[in-house]
Design a protein around this ligand. Structure first.
Ligand SMILES: Nc1nc2c(ncn2[C@@H]2O[C@H](COP(=O)(O)OP(=O)(O)O)[C@@H](O)[C@H]2O)c(=O)[nH]1
Ligand SMILES: [Mg+2]
Length: 313
């Protein structure tokens, strides 16, 4: 498939082209193809609402997403899921089986799902996930749900790119909050306490509500919802809170501006990183630079400066 066919396929919403396009931005980040692809699809983005779902492992995020995406699909909207998986390739066997089964059942309902392994990936994870989300947006998704375990730096960066951030917790709140990256709690648009069928869930809801009551909120009032992702209890409220948050963003210029600024920052930082990496590699692969370096008595800061300001690319 040629790149131009892939681009027109994405814009038609063709799933095979969307998969290929995602493989390009993941597999050859910053390449000419990847850049051309992103620039060509860019004018077709902006329709999708992006929902970030984060929370500790085992809390029920995937189960919740399965149910949520089913409800949204039944209302006639198109949903895609991007799952960022922290599992290592070594312990990932069981997860993989699970994931494939989930992928198959979602596909039967027309839901597109893509898993991305975060471990072992070089820097730039946030940018390639952002690009993946934009490809799905250009491909006609109305909703894109991104699942992350909120424990690492890239998790917080990724979830920060969502329009609506849902932090999922459950009974035994204290330990869970400990497990999350500092700052995750601050970017929630909605708190969900999952597993309300289990003891301690209502205490968790109350604790979250008390914590929120202590910090004055202006603008959007963060709701705390209890759900059971196994039987669907509480999902009507969850759907209406997501809708209310979408309305809030759409009618609030400041919220819109914040989102665009965050996107701009991610792309700019990544362009800078990729460009510096190219210059750095060019410098290191030049034999005579190697000789300069091993002679000692070099000013390493001066070298860094000269690489940074090397404008011939
Ligand atoms: N009792 C109960 N179990 C749940 C609920 N939601 C999910 N689970 C179970 O919690 C486990 C972890 O779920 P999973 O969705 O894989 O969690 P994730 O790691 O956060 O994606 C699974 O065994 C689910 O069946 C719930 O609302 N109540
Ligand atoms: Mg999961």
């Amino acid at each position: 498939m040629k790149i131009n066919e892939i681009i027109s396929g994405v814009l038609r919403g063709d799933k095979t082209s969307i998969s290929r396009a995602i493989s390009i931005v993941e597999g050859e980040p910053g390449s000419k193809n990847s850049r051309m692809l992103m620039e060509k699809i860019y004018k077709n983005i902006g329709n999708a609402h992006i929902i970030g779902i984060t929370g500790p492992p085992g809390i029920g995020k995937s189960t919740l997403i399965g149910r949520l995406s089913g409800i949204i699909t039944n209302s006639g909207k198109r949903v895609s899921i991007v799952a960022i998986d922290a599992s290592s390739p070594f312990s990932g066997g069981a997860f993989l089986g699970n994931r494939i089964r989930m992928q198959e059942s979602l596909a039967r309902n027309g839901i597109f799902m893509r898993s991305i392994a975060s471990r072992g990936m070089e820097g730039g994870l946030t940018a390639s996930i952002w690009e993946t989300v934009k490809i799905l947006d250009a491909g006609g998704s109305d909703y894109i749900i991104v699942e992350t375990v909120g424990a690492g730096q890239s998790d917080i960066e990724v979830v920060n790119l969502a329009h609506t951030v849902i932090v999922v917790l459950g009974p035994g709140l204290g330990d869970q909050i400990q497990a999350l990256k500092a700052g995750i709690m601050e970017i929630a648009s909605i708190f969900v306490v999952n597993k309300i069928d289990l003891p301690g869930a209502y205490i968790a809801i109350k604790d979250l509500q008390d914590t929120l009551a202590m910090s004055p909120q202006k603008g959007w009032k963060i709701p705390v919802l209890g759900v059971n992702s196994l039987d669907g209890t509480g999902f009507d409220e969850l759907i209406s809170s997501i809708g209310a948050h979408m309305d809030y963003i759409q009618t609030n210029d400041n919220a819109k501006e914040e989102i665009i600024k965050k996107e701009l920052k991610v792309i700019a930082m990544e362009e800078l990183r990729r460009s510096f990496e190219r210059k750095m590699n060019a410098f290191l692969s030049d034999q005579k630079n190697g000789e300069i370096l091993i002679k000692g008595s070099v000013n390493i800061y001066q070298i860094v400066d000269s690489i940074l300001h090397d404008d011939k690319e």
